[in-house]
Design a protein around this ligand. Structure first.
Ligand code: 5GP
Ligand code: ZN
Length: 134
């Protein structure tokens, strides 16, 4: 019956952008299965130091829920990007880079260098940052 189709399609779409993935590294950091140096936890977010820091402050801010990238998270209209931005402000203050300035980066897709397909904002600061970026 046609009535069964729409929910099935919708459910499939939601799963593709929000469900935690057994093979997702950052989902495993959220659950604690993979250790990380966590600097701040929110109800819906976790922030931890990048394992290969590109600046004196290099923190990754991620949602607990799985979204493949910033655009998928925006499309879901759940307010998670606002929350990540708020967390970034708090972390920048705590790290002492709020005054000097810092960069918040969302690499999106392979050509931009996205290697982990669980939304993460890079908070980079503590040194001068070139523009345009490489
Ligand atoms: P992307 O290249 O996808 O924008 O960023 C992924 C980031 O995750 C990279 O900067 C990389 O260094 C970091 N990363 C990869 N694996 C791990 C890990 O196991 N732990 C932590 N803390 N960071 C990681
Ligand atoms: Zn994930």
């Amino acid at each position: 019956m046609g009535t069964g189709r729409a929910p099935r399609v919708l459910r499939g779409r939601e799963e593709s952008v929000t469900d935690s993935r057994s093979d997702c590294l950052f989902c495993k950091i959220v659950t604690g299965e993979v250790p990380a140096e966590v600097v701040r936890e929110g109800e819906r977010t976790v922030a931890f130091r990048d394992i290969n820091p590109q600046a004196p402050t290099h923190v990754l801010i991620i949602p607990r829920e799985h979204y493949r990238d910033v655009v998928s998270a925006g499309a879901a209209e759940v307010g998670i990007l606002d929350e990540i931005a708020r967390e970034a402000g708090e972390i920048a203050r705590a790290e002492g880079v709020a005054e000097s300035g810092y960069r918040l980066v969302f690499n999106t897709g392979p050509a931009a260098g996205q290697t982990v397909f669980h939304l993460h904002g890079h908070l980079l600061g503590g040194r001068g940052l070139e523009w345009p970026p490489g």
